[in-house]
Ligand binder design. Structure first.
Ligand SMILES: Cc1cc2nc3c(=O)[nH]c(=O)nc-3n(C[C@H](O)[C@H](O)[C@H](O)COP(=O)(O)OP(=O)(O)OC[C@H]3O[C@@H](n4cnc5c(N)ncnc54)[C@H](O)[C@@H]3O)c2cc1C
Length: 330
């Protein structure tokens, strides 16, 4: 197999975890090649980390517009590399909001196919095959593309392999970003971004989600307390969002966020297919529900049948006790 381009997601100083996952996926099927788009200086800042994550080469496009123009800089950089470098077998991009925007635009520019929300990639008879979970996770679909496949991969679904220590070779590419005609960032609400201090829902390792069973906005504090004890992000079912217990950005499911954490704790959530569609690829699912026949138990790895208002406080106490024991032992 040839080279697999990976669009690096980063905060200008450090790689996001999903980039390591994409590079690990690329290494399974071909030669991992990173494409970095950032402010001036970003390429050098990220080079060692990219090498440790397995990138053999890094194409670096630096522009003052990296943070204030949406999608266009990354599309231009990937298009330039795809049109000038030989032997490209695939392009991997994170299934983030920005990643999917870039992937869709790039597929039009390169006139090639796009497979979105994959949970795995493999090599099959010299082509890149992607696996998606569809119809609420009821079916796994394997598909490929004639030409160079562009594949977006859900964060959290790929095991990261052992790091390497080789420094990738850096190749600078020039892109000219014209902000006119592109989506632009005109303001940022830093208070909103920093307010909870919890991990980002879409990339969190652990998520605690509450449903209609929580009963009220005030009661939803119990979900936040369990999330804080576990260092988790807070999620919710649509019923909880519609009832006003929590804001829409916490919604998980078909019309909310798609997540793949290591641990998903569903509290007072029945397990409707539209909710499962957003979280079924979680590695371990724990469900707490007073109805032993709730559909969520068919998908849960661990189930607790009982009243959440009795169980969750005990869970918080046990997690906090365990944490302070560990702290004392250090
Ligand atoms: C087009 C469309 C898109 C949708 N998109 C989404 C989506 O993105 N995400 C989503 O979540 N839903 C979505 N839905 C809605 C979905 O169909 C369900 O209505 C919703 O997921 C139900 O939420 P819930 O499980 O919190 O509520 P319910 O189904 O009402 O379940 C509440 C659960 O809490 C349990 N419970 C109650 N009290 C307690 C207690 N004290 N202790 C323990 N357990 C208790 C009950 O036994 C019950 O199982 C969508 C629907 C449509 C039609």
């Amino acid at each position: 197999m040839g080279k697999i381009l990976v669009l690096a997601e980063h905060d200008q100083h450090a790689l996001k975890d999903v980039t390591r996952e994409l590079l690990a996926a690329a290494a399974r099927i071909g030669e991992p090649v990173a494409v970095v788009v950032g402010l001036p200086g970003t390429g050098d800042a990220l080079l060692a980390e990219l090498g440790a994550a397995g990138a053999k080469t890094a194409y670096v496009a630096e522009t003052e517009h990296a943070e204030d123009v949406l999608a266009t800089p990354a599309v231009l950089a990937l298009e330039t590399v795809a049109n000038t470098v030989d032997d490209i077998a695939g392009i991997l991009i994170a299934s983030s909001v920005d990643g999917k925007d870039v992937a869709a635009r790039l597929s039009v520019r390169l006139n090639t196919g796009l497979i979105a929300d994959a949970v795995n990639v493999e090599e099959s008879d010299g082509t890149v095959m992607a696996t998606q979970q569809v119809l609420g996770g009821t079916y796994s679909v394997k598909s490929t593309v004639r030409g160079i496949p562009i594949i977006t991969i859900r964060p959290g679904t790929i095991e990261v392999t052992q790091p390497t220590s080789a420094q990738p070779s850096k190749i600078t590419i020039d892109i000219v970003v014209d902000p006119v005609g592109s989506g632009q960032v005109v303001a940022r609400d830093e208070d909103e971004i920093a307010s909870s201090g919890r991990p980002d829902l879409r990339t969190a390792d652990i998520i605690v989600s509450g449903g209609r069973g929580i009963g009220s906005k005030e009661n939803f504090a119990i979900i936040e307390q369990l999330a804080d004890a576990l260092g988790a992000a807070v999620g919710a079912s649509r019923a909880a969002v519609d009832a006003g217990y929590i804001e829409h950005k916490a919604q998980v499911g078909q019309t909310g966020a798609t997540v793949s954490p290591r641990l998903y704790v569903a509290v007072g959530i029945s397990g409707a297919i539209q909710h499962l569609a957003g979280m079924q690829s979680a590695k371990t699912i724990v469900a707490i529900n007073k109805d032993a026949n709730a559909p969520i138990f068919q998908f849960a790895d661990f189930g607790i049948v009982g009243d959440l208002f009795e169980i969750v406080p005990q869970l918080i106490k046990a997690v906090n006790a365990r944490r302070s024991d560990e702290l004392i032992n250090i």
